[in-house]
Design a binder for this molecule. Structure first.
Ligand code: TLP
Length: 349
């Protein structure tokens, strides 16, 4: 088999498709800050409809989508409940605190959904002495929990607690369509459990840039101002929204291929007993392996694998993340699995 480079670092590395590039070329555009970009307006309507919400707002990144949501739902000095490994907490450079004066309360979990009892414990505290909790943030699929899909049942439990305490719920649904495939439901069924959702076009759906924030009409009307404050008011952004429309209409159904490829990869790696992989832990397009038992650190492993042209990333000292995506074919995955299994066996010997 000829040598090939297989990039499993993330689904963010995907290239836009030819159709996306053509759509960008011919996109009809206008000044979106004046609400005059017909392509952005079309994408926003499509997104709102697909997620069953009243309105949507196009933002440049998933990070901005989350931050616009948090800042719209909260006020300075408020707190937000999050899973301790949530992207908003872990990877967004402290934005909710730096930009919104909002403090996180993190709750540990096995699967990415904050424990309901613990959540309720915080919500029922005396608001005179303790900070006001204005928002619960969920993440589905959950990145640092291995692309795990959180069940509708768990989400509804969180929704009913939130309703009881009159606190809204925001979902970081960067990969909501992966979650929908894994759970065998529509994305709007997941969105129905929360007040707002941000989701990305630029991950498994392969668009070059762009995310959407969806919610009620009133919420999005406020969010427009927050987006502007964060510098996310764009002009002829229909150029990029055009690729997003292709992403949303043509790239959702094929995510199932990425899930099957991840399962294949996990199954091959599970042959190595020391990795102690449990295939049921991997629901979507990510496989996480813990290399602690094979006598190497995760950063070292990433370096060695890349010398063999298999690009991976790591979460911490022990855990490697492998992400299947549109630009990685079944043949690429078979090749990568073969190289990685041989590499791990050679490290163990
Ligand atoms: N995730 C990236 C990195 O930031 C870790 C990746 O490679 O997976 N929410 C979730 C759940 C995400 O995984 C990401 C990106 C974001 C939000 C942020 O999206 P962008 O990168 O568009 O700001």
């Amino acid at each position: 088999m000829p040598n090939r480079c297989v990039d499993l670092r993330s689904d963010t590395v995907t290239q836009p498709t030819l159709k996306m590039r053509e759509a960008m070329m011919y996109a009809e555009v206008g000044d979106d800050c004046a609400g005059e970009d017909p392509t952005v307006n079309r994408l926003q309507s499509l997104a709102a409809k697909k997620l069953g919400k009243q309105a949507a707002l196009f933002v440049p990144t998933g990070t901005m989508g989350n931050n616009v949501a948090v800042l719209t739902h909260t006020n300075t000095g408020d707190t937000v409940i999050l899973d301790s490994e949530a992207h908003i907490y872990y990877y967004e450079c402290g934005a909710i605190s730096a930009l919104g004066g909002v403090m996180p309360i993190t709750i540990d979990s096995e699967d990415g959904c904050p424990d309901p009892d613990q959540t309720e414990f915080y919500l029922q505290r005396d608001p005179i002495r303790f900070p006001k909790i204005s928002l619960i943030c969920l993440e589905n699929t959950h990145n640092r929990r291995g692309g795990r899909a959180i069940s509708l049942e768990q989400m509804r439990i969180m929704q009913s607690i939130a309703e009881r305490y009159n606190v809204p719920v925001h979902l970081d649904g960067a990969r909501i369509f992966n979650a929908a495939h894994a759970l065998g439901v529509q994305a709007k069924d997941i969105a129905d459990c929360v007040d707002s959702v941000s989701f990305c076009l630029s991950k498994g759906l392969s668009a070059p840039v762009g995310s959407l924030l969806v919610g009620s009409g009133d919420f999005i009307a406020k969010a427009v101002q927050v987006r502007r404050r964060l510098g996310g008011g764009m002009r002829q952004s229909g150029i990029i929204a055009a690729a997003g429309i292709v992403a949303l209409t043509e790239m959702v159904d094929r995510l199932v291929d990425d899930h099957e490829n991840a399962q294949y990869l996990a199954k091959e790696l599970a042959e190595i007993d020391k990795l102690e992989l449990n295939l049921t832990d991997f629901h979507t397009n990510m496989v996480v392996i813990n290399v602690q038992n094979i006598g190497i650190t995760a950063p070292e492993f990433v370096k060695i694998a890349s010398k063999h042209d298999i690009r991976t990333s790591y979460f911490d000292q022990d855990r490697i993340r492998l992400v299947t995506n549109h630009d990685v074919s079944r043949e690429d995955v078979e090749y990568a699995a073969d190289v990685l299994v041989k590499l791990i066996r050679s490290i163990m010997n």
